[in-house]
Design a protein around this ligand. Sequence first.
Ligand SMILES: Cc1ncc(C[n+]2csc(CCOP(=O)(O)OP(=O)(O)O)c2C)c(N)n1
Ligand SMILES: [Mg+2]
Length: 685
Amino acid sequence: MPPSGIEKLAIDTIRTLSIDAVQRANSGHPGAPMALAPVAYALWQKVLRYDPADPTWPNRDRFILSNGHASMLLYSVLHLTGVRQVDHAGRVLDAPAVSMDDLKAFRQLGSRTPGHPEYRLTTGVEATTGPLGQGAANSVGMAMASRWMGARYNRPGLTLFDHDVYAILGDGCMMEGIASEAASLAGHLRLPNLCWLYDNNSVSLDGRTDLSFNEDVGKRFEAYGWAVTRVSDANDLDQLAKALEFFDRTTDRPTLVIVDSHIGYGAPKKQDTSAAHGEPLGEDQVRAAKRTYGWPEDAQFLVPDGVREHFDQGIGARGRKLRQEWEALRERQRKEFPDLARELDLIDRFELPEGWDRDLPVFPADPKGIATRESSGQVLNALAKRIPWLLGGAADLSVSTKTALKGEANLTPAEPGGRNVYFGVREHAMGAIVNGMVLSKLRAFGSTFLTFTDYMRAPIRLSSIMEIPAFHVMTHDSIGLGEDGPTHQPIEQLASLRAVPGLRVMRPADANEVTECYRLVLESKHHPTILSFSRQALPTFDRTRYAPASGARKGAYVLADAEGGKPEVLLMATGSEVRLIVEALEKLKAEGIRARAISMPCWEIFEQQSPEYRESVLPSTVTARVAVEQAAMFGWEAYVGRTGKILGMKSFGASAPLKDVLVHFGFTTDHVVAAAKEQLGRKGR
Ligand SMILES: Cc1ncc(C[n+]2csc(CCOP(=O)(O)OP(=O)(O)O)c2C)c(N)n1
Ligand SMILES: [Mg+2]
């Protein structure tokens, strides 16, 4: 049955607001919002447990628009349901999340209605979407987080966390590998609180999807272990309601609802080519569509009387009531389980428990030392003991990356509150699932070999765009991993990750720098981090002889300095190569040459220090400079200057034992010494 009365009016308002905003911007995708308006309506108005008056309510259902190009669908709904704005301190303001002026400023500079939904910019946008498939994978992380929170904080008769997570996704998302990876894991974990609504319109940008996509999606999802149901007409509210009830009844697996729809519904022109996709309809089509809807042709941005009230009586009233009931439960929790209540306060404010860093290890000086992946494992475990909501795992490499949290349960279908997550060999989804968990305020991490960050660049980049502190433990961080050879030896990864705005790349030199780097990670509320750790043992520096490891907190610091005056030559390095510059400094000292060894675990943080501090570490008058890093040299020019020397990698690595690889590519103390002398215009020996 097609909608009628006020329901039709509400749905057509979503449609026409979307059409008008795209038309006014003269840019955007009206087709999907026109088709999906009834789907959004059925979900938001009838089902979603969401209080527009408090979008921060922790147990709200989450809604993700994975096909972010349909952003106007979400903005129209946020506007019509009257979702309030939340400021950066988490306060709910007496202002709309999306005002009429915002709708009119769609895709304009500084507006809250950018081309694709952006987390933090617009209240009600639960995740930044746009790169297809990401939002779908985020939703898996959010569903895992909901279950995790429930397992930890619910008590009999006191259910604080049981929210559902809904994602709308299109053919594009369905074609992306990341959605398959995430769906496979969601099926494995049997997440009953996850519902994907698939806009099966058989059209994508290049035309009909049968140009490239003919598989039976339903069968594929059944094979993943999902429950699958169908809606044969996106305009049929009864069918949509039944599908959402089916999801509600399904308690042992995730649900896929395949919704057949017609892109650009209501516009008479055939919509199976480019129109209604990446471009506005044009004035004539806009009028024609409005005629089809029975809408006044000349009206723009019209919200008919009664529509806002209708939403308020639906989602508004339901959400208010549910949220108030939840607040009452939370009060009971405060009385009956005060410790749990306090933990939730901390989580809510994204803070850490008192004494969270109390057990952090201090590593004694040791010339042989340990691999930074090993010290990382120890530090991570010390943190996990104090921060109950720290959880994560690896993409099938936890034995190598040393990320297992000892004594903690695995996260499984039967134990959704476990803290060791087995992502399987699904790096791309892992990145997005970790983002989803962090968006749900858990301190979540992923892990694999540094070289495989290539498989997860999109979610890493999005974590930075969203300004969320997701972090990843990346080991085997150089050619120093040895025998596995060029495919596993990262070369350009450090440089490419350093190029991501806001992302912190940390490559600590020894065990104590590892501890400092983790402090920075946990203290960060808005910066994601890639931690880069060695497979091979690295000496633990004698901090009575050299500077304290706390210098790492400034991103770069003078670890060891020449005696007897200003240094003649600056030696700088990160991670495993810092030992080389320290040894070189000692050798140069024996020859009467004053060198300075600078450990630079995090360029991004160093760049945020005062000009005075940076000058104190890298005095501009000292132009003899050598940088050492087993990676592509890109970027080091900024620190060595035009005349400095970079000892780095110009090629891929090689498969051979560690010591042979290092000698072959010139990562030896003697080589650093020679480079330093060359810089000073002296003959190397
Ligand atoms: C990873 C990624 N690749 C490509 C694009 C560009 N893009 C935007 S929409 C779209 C087609 C999407 O088709 P579909 O999901 O079926 O959406 P519909 O056109 O049906 O609304 C493409 C390729 C993108 N946003 N993200
Ligand atoms: Mg499509």
